[in-house]
Design a protein around this ligand. Structure first.
Ligand code: MG
Length: 123
């Protein structure tokens, strides 16, 4: 059965790139997209996911706030969350991890980098 992945980014183009790379990496996934943290949280609450990939900077609710909200629902971190963001400083990585993110991919990313990080969570 394909794994279900929630891809959250306010850029439709970036969502497209992420989804394309997931597929080209050979992962058998079904993807649900959301355009900001608020929509991402609503979709997370509506169905079960195997992983969440999220941007940081988004309107309405940013990625790190969404991660915190998801971890209130999923305190045992059953669902891995990967932040895909241009916010690559050590402080930002630390903030994301403290919020409950499992992993971090800096934009712009390569297909190999995404494959490596996703391999760890999607098998
Ligand atoms: Mg953004």
């Amino acid at each position: 059965m394909p794994k279900k992945v929630l891809v959250v980014d306010d850029s439709a183009m970036m969502r497209k790139i992420v989804v394309k790379n997931i597929r080209e990496a050979g992962f058998d996934v079904s993807v649900v997209e959301a355009s900001d943290g608020k929509e991402g949280l609503e979709k997370f609450q509506a169905e079960a996911f195997d992983a969440v990939l999220t941007d940081w900077n988004m309107p309405n609710m940013d990625g790190v706030t969404m991660v915190k909200e998801i971890r209130k629902i999923d305190p045992n971190k059953k669902v891995p969350i990967v932040m895909v963001t241009t916010e690559g400083s050590a402080d930002k990585v630390k903030e994301a991890v403290l919020a409950g993110a499992n992993n971090y991919i800096a934009k712009p990313f390569t297909a190999d980098r995404l494959r490596e990080k996703l391999g760890k969570i999607l098998g």
